[in-house]
Design a protein around this ligand. Structure first.
Ligand code: ZN
Length: 1079
């Protein structure tokens, strides 16, 4: 269930390396629940974030540069409970509501008051079809709707995934090419996406604007029930797969958005491992196949099977529907009855039920190869992962909660014993398998290492088993138990879901049970089981509670699968050759007429894809008008004071008794050659320990006293200034009563930590290297973007030192010399500290209720007193840039990431708010249509960094290379020839405002305000930009064409791509790319 994923997600506030959790669902690096098909992930990349709300480039850079603390995002994102200050309200006029429900054809099954989320939740059944509806009533303005179907696949053709893409491509009421994109362009949604899980498909939307919310709900309901794709073969071809042949004399190729997306997924070793583990644990049920689609199997899917799957599973009898927020609960039922009444009951809900996997009687071993680069390094690139299926059925709530705690105790922080012992063994570079996986019918536990030498594989397995046995015999420190308890409780009560609407994370948790026909209320109510678990630990001792769990579920459990992965430099080219062979066979089996017909069909599909919807068709998608848009930007209360010579920003916002604090230090005095050490410096502060406390004790103290502390670098250009800003930010949070502890701990970390632990430092280097390598394969677009930035401006150059190819090269080199040069490295870390720790340029940012702010100031004063005030030697000039050549970073992959960028300020462009509207529009129309829809890439987008002036194009999981550059280069022409009617323009403006006003929880509001301060963005400027956005006209689009012409003419190209494609490109365009091999 979700709760365990959720518990896990709280962990690790202090550092790196834990599985990546996003909004409460485990997106593990082994990616167990193989796919929440990443429209999500991708759209996040394509939607511009504006400096007016959240500085985009700055944020991107923060993550790009936060090499040492990816744990941070987790630390500050997520949990369950409520938003409002007001007490729980009873559902308005309960009797009356029941009457209305009955009249509309619904039967109330049960109603509960959920204190944890200050809500009343009512479960209904739609009598005619059996559809189930959860109606959650509270006063959260961020309203959420979602519809979920059980969609268990029988094979790996990717039907559920292709269908998830396809139903958003036009429907009965909205017969456009992609209503989804129209909503992206022109609505105020705070969330809009779709996910495919191994056994279900979810369609969630959210908005704070009621009119907008109803629009989104209507488009989504029509999309899932009445999609055009079941009649339209073209959509199936476009989103799924088709043969492409431009000319009968050329070679045939496979194309399709999902086909290519999955090729990208199948190019990432971590993903391959996750899939192999899942399939080996569940050989006999639906989890034994890939709901996302195996690129080798996808082309076996027929249109008939695709249509049948929709007819069968996208039926109200198989649907769970969720409403949440402050909207009228009766209106929810009215909307639904209009849609559901058109159906009769179907027996599908019996057929779609997920069968449990029977437990093995003996363990299993699986060996698999994955595509690797060439080189000696492969000797140390094996992976091994041990997996257990924990039970034959779903667990009861209290056991689940206890297992969630156990998971946190074993792996939750760098100090957790299983994690620590594995990494300290130096048998591998980084942890794989994210501990407990609880999103499928039966929970699993997985743990292993990657970057292992072949001869050490056995040792890793033995070490895992011996550590687990030791822990089962001896139990855990009471400090560790207390730290886990506090961390989990803090996160539950803080309920910080990051950029995810709170109602959506609740929905995903509830669905995790509901989808298996269990009680959907149960996952929302954590308080009672939490208290009873605490009471049990207090009464019986943690040993009695946790040790038997390790015995029963792991040590004595024969359903164990050991997966070993071997690097294979041949496999990528073998697979490519096999695919070419299939296509050659297809071609040779065709007659001349067939080939001519295929070329004609290819042409027809492309023509259709590239023909825009008519203005009349576009009008059918409901939209707001400009009158619905507030004229003023969202204000964050900010009071600026000075405490002992340090500037303090305070934001008086309701935070449910939590203080969020950031302490910002200026990096500008640092010597240039120390820069690449910054991410490791940050990690060392959190994970090395002091004279009196070893790092385990220090981490436990952080866990016991606070909600987490993280440290990371932040760098950005500042518009109008030659020098970039560059900082190290310390971020922490604690309950109001623990503010003193928080500041004491931050001080201790900054001043007392000793950089003496050579062995731990070596681990950090290996971990960071492993992380950079998987980033290179999985997020090549971010690597390419950072690389281009580093060629174009100083801030980009610095950021690339912290998280790009340069950083990876630095780590590769550093790994070799840590032992020889440890004393120099150790004193460099000290030198960074003494340079950084100065009151000069230091800024403190605090977000909390006024009362907590006032109390915090006295602890803050003491904290600041302890920071040296020595005048700094003045800012150093870092004027380095990477050479402005076109570069191809060659990696073993089946898909490419293609970027092109230039600085448009340098050719005289002056920032105007219309540029936000225009770049969003380019991304959602021209690039979406050409790079994704007809190009077959998973994504194509552009980004305008308004601080530096760099305008960049990027593609994501792209089958093309040079062809994509042609699309970029034609963008100016697209703008020149663009016909924009008023409606389209209005939608583009509203969509942009939606980004600018993106929904933020209080901590994010305070943080954005700090970012604006650092980047010199004033309230006056925000107001001006907003007015410029609102008054954007066609004229601005035309003028912008000339502005971005410079990207075509002077732009720098960086691609992360396969060796074959780069060789072909260099042949075609005589040495266009300088080739760089890093893996
Ligand atoms: Zn997808």
């Amino acid at each position: 269930m979700e709760r365990l994923a959720l518990l896990r997600s709280f962990s690790c506030s202090t550092t790196a390396g834990r599985t990546l959790i996003f909004g409460g669902r485990a997106r593990c690096d082994r990616s167990f629940p193989a796919h929440f098909k990443q429209r999500q992930q991708f759209h996040q990349h394509r939607q511009l974030r504006h400096p007016l709300s959240q500085p985009s480039a700055a944020l991107r850079r923060r993550w790009a540069g936060a090499g040492a603390s990816p744990g941070l995002r987790r630390a500050f994102s997520f949990s369950p409970q409520a938003v409002s200050t007001s007490p729980t309200q009873a559902s308005p006029g309960a009797d009356e509501s029941s009457n209305i429900a009955e009249k509309l054809g619904f039967k109330k099954i049960s109603e509960e008051v959920i204190d944890e989320c200050k809500s009343t939740a009512v479960l209904y059944k739609h009598l005619k079809t059996g559809a189930e509806i959860m109606s959650v009533i509270n006063d959260d303005e961020n309203k959420v709707f979602g519809i979920v179907f059980r969609t268990p696949p029988k094979d790996s053709t990717g039907i559920p995934h292709i269908l998830e893409h396809s139903v958003l491509c036009g429907s009965r009421k909205y017969p456009l090419k992609e209503p989804f994109v129209e909503l992206l362009k022109g609505s105020l949604h705070t969330f809009l996406n779709a996910f495919t899980y191994p056994d279900r498909t979810c369609y969630p939307v959210a908005s704070t604007n009621i009119k907008d919310f109803y629009n989104l709900v209507d488009v989504y309901l029509d999309a899932v029930f009445f999609p055009k794709c079941v009649e339209d073969f073209h959509t199936f071809q476009q989103e799924g797969w088709h043969y492409e042949l431009n000319d009968p004399s050329e070679e045939i190729s496979f194309k399709g958005v999902v086909f290519n997306e999955m090729k990208g997924v199948y190019s990432q070793p971590d993903n391959i491992l996750g899939r192999v583990c899942q399939q080996a644990l569940f050989p006999d049920n639906t989890y034994g196949v890939d709901s996302g689609g195996d690129p080798k199997v996808i082309p076996k899917l027929t249109f008939e099977e695709f249509k049948d799957f929709h007819r069968k599973y996208y039926h109200p009898s198989n649907a769970k529907i969720w409403f949440y927020g402050d909207d009228d609960p009766n209106e929810r039922l009215r909307i639904l009855s209009a849609n559901l009444d058109q159906y009769d009951k179907s027996p599908v809900s019996n057929e779609s039920r997920i069968e449990p996997q029977k437990l093995f009687s003996t363990p299993v071993r699986v060996m698999e190869k994955y595509p690797a680069g060439e080189g000696d390094d492969n000797k140390k690139k094996h992976m091994v992962c041990l997996n257990w299926l924990l039970s034959a059925e779903t667990l009861d709530l209290e056991t689940e909660l206890a297992i969630g705690f156990l998971d946190h105790l074993l792996l939750g922080t760098p100090a957790s014993p299983l994690r620590r012992i594995l990494l300290e063994s130096r048998l591998g570079d980084a942890i794989v398998g994210g501990g407990v996986g609880d999103e499928l019918l039966q929970p699993q536990f997985s743990i292993g290492l990657k970057g292992v030498a072949e001869e050490d594989l056995q040792k890793v397995e033995e070490l895992i088993m011996s550590t687990l046995k030791k822990l089962a015999a001896e139990g855990f420190d009471s400090e560790a138990v207390e730290a886990s308890m506090n961390t989990i409780e803090f996160s539950l009560r803080e309920n910080n879901t990051g950029s995810f609407p709170r109602g959506l994370s609740l929905m995903l948790r509830s669905i995790g049970k509901w989808i298996y026909d269990k009680d959907p209320f149960e996952p929302l109510k954590y308080e009672k089981p939490l208290q009873s678990l605490k009471a049990r630990i207090a009464a019986e001792g943690s040993k009695t509670v946790f040790c038997p769990l390790i015995e029963k579920f792991i040590l004595n459990n024969p359903h164990c699968v050991t997966v070993e992965m071997q690097p294979d430099p041949e496999i990528a080219s073998q697979e490519e050759a096999a695919e070419r062979q299939i296509l050659e066979n297809v071609k040779s089996s065709m007659t001349q007429e067939d080939l001519a017909e295929l070329a004609r069909a290819t042409q027809e599909l492309r023509l259709r894809q590239e023909t825009p919807d008519s203005p009349e068709a576009l009008k059918c998608v409901p939209s707001l008008s400009l009158d619905d848009i507030p004229r003023k930007p969202i204000q964050v209360p900010t009071e600026i004071a000075e405490v002992n010579g340090v500037k303090v920003l305070q934001h008086d916002l309701f935070t449910n008794d939590v203080l969020y604090a950031e302490v910002v230090f200026d990096l500008r005095h640092l010597k240039q050659d120390l820069l690449p050490l910054i991410p490791l410096f940050c990690q060392s502060l959190l994970e090395m320990g002091t004279k009196d406390l070893d790092f385990v004790q220090l981490n436990q103290l952080i866990g016991r006293k606070t909600g987490g502390i993280s440290i990371y670098p932040f760098t950005s250009s500042v518009r109008g200034k030659a020098e970039p800003c560059s900082h190290v930010i310390v971020r922490g949070k604690a309950m109001g009563g623990r503010v003193e502890d928080l500041f004491n701990l931050i001080r201790c970390i900054l001043q007392d930590v000793q950089f003496t632990d050579q062995q731990r430092f070596k681990q950090f280097v290996s971990q960071s290297k492993a992380r950079m390598e998987s980033r290179l394969r999985g997020s090549g677009h971010a690597i390419a973007a950072a690389r281009m930035d580093a060629k174009l401006n100083a801030a980009g150059w610095i950021s690339e030192q912290f998280g790009g190819i340069s950083y990876l090269e630095f780590l590769q080199d550093l790994e070799k010399k840590v032992d020889k040069e440890w004393s120099e490295i150790s004193s460099s870390l000290d030198a960074i500290r003494s340079c950084l720790l100065s009151r000069e340029g230091c800024i403190v940012n605090m977000t909390a209720d006024g009362k907590i702010l006032t109390e915090s100031r006295k602890y803050l004063a003491g904290f600041i007193d302890a920071i040296p005030s020595a005048p700094s030697p003045g800012a150093t000039s870092w004027s380095s840039l990477l050479s402005p050549i076109n570069e191809a970073i060659v990696v073993p992959t089946q898909v490419n990431y293609v970027g092109k960028a230039a600085n448009i300020y340098e050719s005289g462009y002056q920032l105007h708010g219309s540029s936000y509207v225009i770049s969003k529009y380019i991304g959602n129309t021209w690039l979406w249509d050409r790079v994704r829809v007809s190009g077959g890439a998973y994504g194509g987008f552009c980004d305008f960094d308004t601080h530096s002036g760099v305008f960049s194009y990027l593609s994501y999981r792209d089958p093309n290379l040079l062809k994509t550059l042609d699309v970029y280069d034609a963008t100016a022409n697209f703008l020149r020839e663009l016909e924009l009617d008023d409606d389209t323009l209005t939608k583009a403006i509203i969509g942009t405002i939606g980004d600018v006003d993106s929904y933020q929880l209080p901590d994010a509001k305070g943080y954005s305000s700090l970012m604006r301060h650092l980047l010199g963005i004033t309230e006056e400027e925000r107001q001006i930009r907003r007015e410029e956005i609102l008054s954007t006209s066609v004229k601005h689009f035309r003028e912008f064409a000339d502005v971005i012409e410079v990207v075509k003419d002077k732009g720098i190209v960086v691609a992360v791509a396969s060796a074959d494609d780069v060789a072909k490109a260099n042949e075609e365009k005589g040495g266009f790319f300088e080739v760089k091999k890093v893996l």
